[in-house]
Ligand binder design. Structure first.
Ligand code: MIG
Length: 814
């Protein structure tokens, strides 16, 4: 154990001047022999090598943060936009440092890093000493602040993540760029896209590891494109600052990344309802008609969106008073009928109107981004010439947040941040370079000062931050709901997201599933796609299948572009309307389960959507088949239909003790089996894992509509299992003070009798007074509820018991 003071390496100190290592494949310089090992604190070590320094911090025992200071240069700052300022990690107290002849070894109980003394190349090992990843050339630096990291990729390694990239889930073999881009008309493999999330999860021989390279600049990830055995990240000019995360499972790694970049706060329950959007509902009458039709036709719906035409000439924080003479009245009436209103806010502030208060107020206070000479930057978007707030300045965020006062007073419940890559059409009439600000435009960067090249990828995230903080100040009793198009790592702390301007094609339906799964891996648990496809016009079948996919994605929002045919779910004929109604009804039935999964994401960072490789990293069949089957929460496996004309198909059910039950038919199948599923147009293939209490609500008009009867489907199976359900008021923060209901259903099953104990935490009463307990596949001989004989019914090979909230349920089998 090295004493916690500066310590020289045993040999080599003060010898020949530091020699850098050989250049990497791109001519960047690399580290040389370790000349000094400096222990800076309990959880930090600095390695001096080849005139450069490598700083290793252990934010917790499964995470190591590595920063490079090139010769004469500095380390990246301690705090970054990505890092959760209220982190769930504690620097580990258990770091052991051993300086040996050949290597320096840094070890915690969950992770170890071995640095070779001769090259300072690193090798990362998991808790069992398995080498999860190692340096190829390692950390490297070039001219003018360039920096890179090269790691080795092994032949059978898979790489996931990188946010919304519309390419195969396994990212291996391609090169990607992280540069937030308004990618209207994007297609498969378009890159870069709206989001810049430099996060990946690798799986090698079933073992997971995570990497986050914290650079806000235009970074490039080459995942074995140039050389199949090399993963190289070019930071785009930021000092190298990366994090490696170890974990026992890929999901554990995703949780580790979420300890570093943060989790979603608890969202209002209505965020999980069905949302209706359109670019744009043009006036009050149109909005009222859509709302009325939704109700009359029996569609549950929680939110209606106001796209850009609600504003007066696209001036943010105004209303077009001809089209919307009484916004508060309209929003109030909608609210009385269970609809929340979500209003769009773009960053551009109309600059050419001397009467427009927001514009000159911002100008006078210095809130807008400027050129290096101090002149405000003006670029054209929807309102014409616009100023752009500098969301990387704290005072500007505060000002912007407060600008929502009027909208909040009108009753708006959520805010939709669009165009925040930031997108710019033209600058002085000339097409904007790469559709954004000129790179020399200045930003505050929270006091540090910098250019747009550095601020670009966090611009949208900081806008979302300003918005959510503003809503928290203006409506402290409400949980903010923000949806943002652009995002950087950590944006989940401020907002949800959608996948931008997709198209009404079958391939885009598949891309939508893929993008939401990748976003979840990359730390953004709450996402969705424009159901039906933003551009173009889906036919009924595509629309129906997209509504079914929407049932599964956390954000379930129907949206469509201006000048496309309208997209409300009754516009495709009776058959499709009834399929769509069924899909929305299923979503509302699943709400208690989905809300529990949301709570889990907010509590420990486990994503709601889980691509199969995250759960079954070593399953070869998962690898070959079913790339777009996925878990929703811990126990529901979805095989959405993403192919035209598909009315039956083979689906793969991975390993699960006790197997799987079809949600719709009750048919039981063993784990690790392929089964043939009927997939008529009205069927969304769903399987429930054994050992689950699946809570279901009645279909209803909106998420907060009270209900009397909760259904608990008890899927028996293993000898012991447990399952959870979470509930709270659906909004507000009282749950932080105990106003919640968290049930653990703990089951023991010896084959003759199944006993389920329900242990409850929190002081909120149980959801619903009547519980309908259904046990598919169980034929009861007797049922005891809290020790007393209870009447039951057996039908269709299952048992049904009416109970209230119980403490114990005992079912003797025939
Ligand atoms: O350039 O506000 O992605 O959802 O409807 C179009 C109008 C601007 C792009 C968004 C889309 C939204 C549209 N916006």
């Amino acid at each position: 154990m090295t004493p916690p003071t500066s310590t020289a390496a045993a040999r080599g100190e003060g010898a020949a001047p530091a020699q850098p290592g050989p250049p990497d494949a791109y001519g960047f310089e690399t580290l040389g022999a370790v000349s000094r090992v400096e222990r800076v604190g309990d959880a930090t070590v600095v390695l001096h090598a080849g005139g450069a320094r490598l700083r290793l911090d252990f934010p917790d025992e499964a995470i190591v943060r590595v920063r490079l200071a090139a010769p004469g240069g500095d380390f990246a700052p301690d705090e970054t936009y990505a890092m959760d300022p209220a982190p769930a990690f504690r620097p580990t107290a258990s770091l052991e440092v051993v300086v040996g002849d050949d290597e320096v070894r840094l070890r915690t109980p969950s992770l170890s890093v071995r640095a070779r003394r001769d090259t300072c190349r690193l090798r990362f090992e998991d808790r069992e000493g398995y080498p999860i990843v190692e340096d190829e050339a390692g950390a490297a630096w070039g001219a003018a602040g360039a920096a890179a990291l090269s790691l080795r990729l092994r032949p059978d390694e898979r790489i996931f993540g990188l946010g919304d990239k519309p390419s195969a889930l396994d990212r291996r073999g391609r090169r990607y760029e992280n540069w937030a881009t308004d990618a209207f008309g994007f297609q498969r493999d378009s890159d870069p896209l709206y989001k810049a999330i430099p996060v990946i999860v690798g799986i090698v021989e079933g073992r997971p590891w995570g990497l986050f390279v914290d650079t806000t600049r235009r970074s490039a990830f080459d995942l074995g494109a140039e050389d199949a055995g090399r993963l190289r990240v070019d930071t785009g000019g930021s000092p190298l600052d990366y994090v490696v995360v170890a974990g026992t499972t890929p999901l554990d790694v995703v949780r580790g990344l979420a300890r570093y970049t943060g989790r979603t706060p608890m969202l209002p329950r209505w965020a999980l309802g069905y949302h209706q959007c359109r670019y744009s509902y043009r006036d009050e009458a149109e909005v009222r008609t859509v709302a009325r039709e939704l109700r009359e036709r029996g569609f549950g719906c929680d939110a209606i969106y106001f796209d850009i035409h609600y504003m007066d000439g696209f001036r943010v924080f105004t209303w077009d008073r001809e089209a919307f003479p009484d916004p508060a009245g309209l929003i109030g009436d909608l609210a009385a009928d269970g609809f929340r209103s979500v209003v769009i806010i773009d960053p551009g502030v109309k600059a050419d109107d001397p009467e427009y208060a927001v514009a000159h107020e911002g100008l006078e206070a210095g809130h807008y981004c400027t050129y290096p000479d101090g002149q405000p930057f003006v670029g054209e978007v929807w309102p014409g010439p616009c100023y752009f707030p500098d969301f990387t300045r704290a005072g500007t965020r505060m000002w912007w947040g407060d600008l929502h006062r009027g909208l909040v007073a009108d009753g708006a419940a959520g805010v939709w941040n669009d165009m925040n890559e930031p997108a710019v059409f033209t600058v002085s009439g000339v097409e904007a370079d790469a559709g954004t600000f000129p790179l020399e435009v200045r930003h505050d960067l929270d006091g540090r000062g910098g250019d747009h090249a550095e601020a670009h990828n966090v611009y949208g995230m900081q806008m979302a931050r300003a918005t959510t903080d503003g809503l928290r100040r203006l409506a402290p009793a409400r949980r903010p709901f923000i949806i943002t198009r652009a995002a950087y790592a950590g944006t989940q702390r401020y907002a949800t997201t959608w996948t931008g301007d997709n198209s009404a094609t079958w391939d885009h339906l598949r891309l939508a599933a893929q993008q939401c799964l990748s976003l979840a891996i990359s730390g953004i648990p709450f996402s969705g796609s424009d159901v039906g496809g933003f551009s173009g016009a889906p036919d009924g079948e595509l629309f129906a299948r997209w509504m079914q996919l929407g049932v599964l994605t956390p954000l379930f929002r129907n949206h469509s572009a201006v000048d496309t045919p309208r997209r409300e779910p009754w516009l495709f004929g009776d058959e499709i309307e009834s399929v769509a109604r069924g899909a929305v009804a299923l979503r509302y039935r699943l709400l208690p389960y989905l809300y529990t999964a949301l709570h889990e994401a907010a509590t420990d960072g486990t994503p709601i959507l889980r691509a199969l490789p995250l759960v079954h990293p070593a399953d070869e069949t998962v690898r070959r088949a079913s790339p777009l089957a996925f878990y929703v929460g811990p126990d529901l496996l979805a095989h959405p239909v993403l192919e035209e004309g598909q009315r039956e198909r083979e689906v793969y059910l991975p390993a699960r003790e006790g197997g799987w039950t079809c949600f719709h038919t009750g048919a039981h199948h063993p784990g690790r089996s392929s089964v043939w599923a009927e997939t008529p147009l009205d069927r969304l293939p769903l399987y429930v894992g054994a050992g689950t209490v699946l809570p279901l609500a009645p279909a209803r008009r909106h998420a907060d509509e009270p209900f009397d009867r909760l259904t608990l489907r008890v899927y028996a199976g293993p000898a012991r299992w447990s399952s959870r359900m979470y509930d709270d008021a659906g909004d507000g923060w009282d749950f932080e003070n105990g106003d919640y209901w968290l049930a653990s259903f703990n089951a023991e099953d010896d084959g003759a009798a199944l006993v389920v104990a329900c242990e409850v935490e929190g002081r909120r009463p149980a959801p619903a007074a009547d519980w309908d307990v259904v046990l598919p596949g169980v034929t009861a001989a007797s049922v005891l509820v809290d020790g007393a004989d209870a009447p039951f019914e057996v039908s269709h090979g299952g048992t049904r018991v009416a109970t209230g909230p119980f403490r114990s349920l005992r079912v003797e089998r025939v």
